[in-house]
Design a protein around this ligand. Structure first.
Ligand code: PHE
Length: 496
């Protein structure tokens, strides 16, 4: 395994790949709703605080440590303290589990790219999505009904991922990011530009931004802002770490962090403009208040949008495909990042090549993902998503924070990062944030998520959660105890 297979060709590849990872479904289907339901214009206060207080300081830490070790997450954690190797696998495996269900959403969206060419969802998009396409049922019987169209659409996604990921880093992911990420932004500009000209757009926007200042005193909206930022920027998921370890010497990580956080926010706020202009248009056409149309997640993308396209007339044949392609590209550039931490950790520990590791992981991922091609797929997906995002990853983030800031000692990075920074310089404030404020805040968000899951879960959700948790813990355990095959496993060069 030669080192250069896992190195970015330029700083631009690194930044664009990071933006590609951050900008995903969370920006398109989650953020507009979170903004709307948490105080509208007033939400910008907790949102900006979350970015400045948490996202940027934490990303700098994650990048800094990743850059320092120039090796995979598991290997670096082991170097910091061998007793923690388990954590070194826990986060990469969690992120790989995200990959598996992201492939299902990508598959659904791929189907909608085709359907949008002829409004193939018919006059009742709700029934089409839930009953005709997904044949969705919460009952266990659903496990035995397999839906070939979805399986094929998902496999197409896996093949695309394989074609990109099995190549050397710069030739695959680097090159593709430089092309797809600007394309994604460009298409989004076209969609939003068009949406803003629709009659009624302003109705949606007034509804969206109308500030509810009173909500600022509610704890919930602060939690929503922190939760959104963790998900949207893929914070603490070992992705930023891995991507930074692939950078060449002399990268200006502080400035890169600011650019990435800025691009991510720009994109999601732009998406919010588009989504609410379209909802405003729909509201004026149908006489239904915006509040009754607004939703998030698959309901927004696969139900509300098709309903709007049905009303939109001829323009829908342009806007529809463009919209579903945007979702596809956003999902694709994110899913590509979810395999990197686990893949690199495996390469490091077991001495396998990048190509081989990617092929094995993608075959396993594709096989397991077939559960989402059954009639209970969409239920399982929702439960696994909640477990991974609200419980597993946040827990990993808390431990990562402690390990990096306290045990590795964040102070060690300051001079080194400052020397390369053309913008902000770190000081004691940064240490205060990463050592105290961050772990405390993330713990609070984590407790909030746990309370949610425990108090609102159904019996089925509990079962799926236990199975997902067991799979995660067992896989993590196996990777930790398997003996290393690579003689270099315990020798790590540090750059700082
Ligand atoms: N940040 C991505 C989004 O906003 C989601 C994601 C999570 C991507 C985890 C990669 C890993 O949709």
């Amino acid at each position: 395994m030669s080192e250069d297979k896992n190195e970015w060709g330029s700083n631009l590849s690194f930044i664009l790949a990071m933006i590609g990872s951050a900008v995903g479904l969370g920006n398109i289907w989650r953020y507009p709703y979170v903004l709307y339901s948490n105080g509208g214009g007033a939400f910008y206060i907790p949102y900006i605080v979350a970015i400045l207080l948490m996202a940027i300081p934490f990303l700098i830490l994650e990048y800094g440590v990743g850059y320092n070790f120039k090796s995979s997450f598991a290997k670096a954690i082991r170097k910091i303290n061998p007793k923690w190797e388990y954590l070194g696998w826990f986060l990469p495996v969690s992120v790989f589990m995200i990959m598996i269900y992201y492939s299902a959403i990508l598959g659904w969206d791929g189907i909608y790219v085709v359907l949008s060419l002829f409004k193939g969802w018919g006059a009742d998009p709700n029934t089409y999505f839930t009953s005709t396409l997904l044949q969705s049922t919460g009952s266990n019987i659903g496990l035995t009904s397999f839906i070939p169209v979805i399986a094929v659409a998902m496999l197409v996604g896996w093949v695309i991922v394989w074609l990109i990921s099995h190549r050397d880093l710069e030739k695959g992911l680097g090159k593709v990011s430089k092309f797809l990420v600007p394309l994604l932004f460009a298409i989004m500009v076209v969609i939003v530009g068009f949406s803003l000209t629709l009659p009624g757009a302003s109705v949606g926007l007034v509804e969206l931004f109308n500030p509810d200042w009173l909500l600022l005193t509610h704890f919930d909206i602060w939690m929503a802002a922190f939760g959104q930022i963790v998900f949207s920027l893929s914070l603490g998921m070992s992705i930023a770490f891995t991507y930074a370890s692939y950078t060449k010497d002399n990268a200006d990580l502080i400035t890169n962090t600011i650019s990435i956080a800025f691009a991510n926010s720009l994109f999601e706020n732009f998406a919010a403009l588009g989504v609410f202009s379209i909802l405003g248009y729909m509201s004026v056409q149908s006489g239904t208040p915006v509040a009754e149309l607004v939703t998030q997640g698959t309901g927004l993308v696969f139900i509300v949008y098709p309903i709007v396209f049905n009303v939109l007339g001829q323009w829908a044949y342009v806007l529809g495909p463009l919209f579903f392609i945007t979702v596809y590209l956003a999902g694709l550039t994110s899913i590509l990042s979810t395999i990197e931490p686990l893949s690199f950790s495996i390469q490091n520990k077991f001495g396998l090549s990048r190509k081989r590791t990617m092929t094995i992981l993608i075959v396993i991922g594709a096989a397991v993902s077939m559960i989402y091609a059954t009639a209970i797929g969409s239920y399982v997906l929702g439960y696994v998503d909640t477990f991974i995002n609200q419980i597993a990853i946040l827990l990993g983030v808390i431990f990562e924070c402690i390990l990096f800031a306290w045990i590795f000692k964040a102070e060690k990075l300051i001079d080194f990062l400052n020397a390369r920074s053309k913008t902000i310089k770190l000081g004691r404030w940064w240490i205060l944030i990463v050592k105290y404020i961050l772990p405390i805040f993330v713990s609070i968000v984590w407790i909030g998520g746990m309370v949610d899951v425990i108090s609102y879960s159904s019996y089925d959700q509990l079962i799926v959660t236990v199975i997902a948790a067991a799979a995660l813990l067992i896989a993590t355990f196996i990777f930790t105890i398997l003996p290393a095959k690579n003689p270099d496993w315990d020798s790590v060069d540090e750059r700082v």
